[in-house]
Design a protein around this ligand. Structure first.
Ligand SMILES: NC(=O)c1ccc[n+]([C@@H]2O[C@H](COP(=O)([O-])OP(=O)(O)OC[C@H]3O[C@@H](n4cnc5c(N)ncnc54)[C@H](OP(=O)(O)O)[C@@H]3O)[C@@H](O)[C@H]2O)c1
Length: 331
């Protein structure tokens, strides 16, 4: 009996100690996140400049759009959900007093939608100062193939933005100095890019999100190399971790834990937008290209992702995957 009581007391103590350790760990994560938080300090206005933000109906893109609208730029909201985008546009116009905001239809998972969007932009716009590749999608288990035969996550997160950059490069060059910004993720570190299978239709989609973020970085670095000597810069970033729509396909109960941890310990979407905004407006990055940022500071990348031979090869393979035409601009 006594033994039972002792072991029960010991168990309770152990459980309390374990709980305390977990709480202390979570507190340390929270303090670290707050301490390292990078906030864009630039007060630059953007009147006369045109900015495209892809996927700005929610999360980080929405907060980026809110900030850019307040700075007075012509804001082109490139979204697939027109109803939500138009509602948000009205909200942003009201909030910022900036009437120069338009919504344009773009579904990055469809090569024809990317072409139609780019055609409209090239027809209607006289300049493009900042192109922000923000839109992203993540699946966990559900395998999806697009109408072009591409794996959905790679199509939306890499191939669509790759083609779009080609189709808008003329406008970016005519507007230089101009900037291309790619929202990547630190989660790239969990992935490898298999150049023997750049359309991985049978791989677990959850893993392909990491691969697509790896692809975002390889693409940005190669783009910067190809644009060297021009005044068009290309940089990528990790926004931090936060509770947004990107996790919506994580199944419960994992999603409950994830969303609880992300919303209590990590950044808000407004904080997550700061590095994108910094790269879009700050004078300090005027001449910086081919770099990776986090919390508004330049950060080191792993050796593998920086390999120029891999960048060149992946670029050429991507040209084939998006069916780049001889009449399309080459970068
Ligand atoms: N949240 C994080 O912790 C985190 C961390 C690292 C990196 N990121 C990156 O941050 C970026 C923004 O994501 P978020 O976290 O703000 O997630 P989010 O709230 O889900 O926003 C993603 C946006 O992309 C749009 N989108 C998805 N598929 C699209 C398509 N085929 N065509 C056009 N737009 C499409 C979504 O539009 P719909 O409303 O139509 O779906 C939405 O507006 C992504 O690139 C993501 O990989 C996020």
């Amino acid at each position: 009996m006594l033994l039972k009581i002792v072991s029960c007391t010991t168990l309770c103590c152990l459980a309390a100690a374990a709980l305390l350790i977990v709480l202390l760990f979570l507190l340390a994560v929270y303090i670290y996140a707050q301490y390292t938080l990078g906030i864009c300090k630039s007060k630059n206005r953007m009147e006369g400049k045109t900015v495209i933000i892809t996927g700005c109906t929610s999360g980080i893109g929405k907060e980026t759009a809110r900030d850019i609208a307040k700075r007075g730029a012509r804001l082109i909201m490139a979204c697939r959900n027109m109803e939500t985008a138009n509602k948000l546009k009205d909200e942003l116009v009201k909030e910022s007093g900036n009437n120069n905001i338009v919504v344009r239809k773009l579904d990055l998972s469809s090569l024809s939608s990317v072409r139609e969007f780019a055609q409209q932009i090239n027809r209607e716009e006289s300049r493009l100062d900042v192109l922000i590749h923000n839109a992203g999608t993540a699946e966990v288990f559900r395998k999806k193939i697009t109408e072009d035969g591409l794996e959905m996550t790679m199509a939306t997160n890499h191939y669509g933005p790759f083609l779009l950059t080609h189709l808008l490069i003329g406008l970016l060059k005519r507007s230089q100095p101009s900037r291309v910004i790619v929202v990547a993720s630190e989660l790239y570190r969990l992935a490898r890019l298999n150049l023997n299978n750049v359309n991985p239709t049978t791989t677990l989609p959850g893993y392909l999100y990491y691969v697509s973020k790896y692809a975002n970085i390889v693409f940005t670095l190669e783009l910067a190399r190809r644009l060297e000597g021009s005044l068009v810069t290309a940089n990528c970033l990790h926004p931090g971790l936060m509770s947004t729509g990107i996790w919506k396909n994580v199944p419960p109960p994992l999603s409950w834990v994830l969303n609880f941890l992300l919303s209590t310990l990590c950044k808000t979407p407004e904080q997550g937008a700061q590095t994108t905004i910094h790269l879009a407006v700050a004078d300090e990055v005027n001449e910086i290209s081919g770099k990776y940022f986090m919390d508004c500071r330049e950060c080191e990348l792993s050796q593998g992702v920086k390999d120029p031979a891999k960048g060149k090869k992946f670029w050429e393979l991507s040209e084939t995957m998006v069916k780049l035409q001889p009449s399309d601009p080459k970068i």
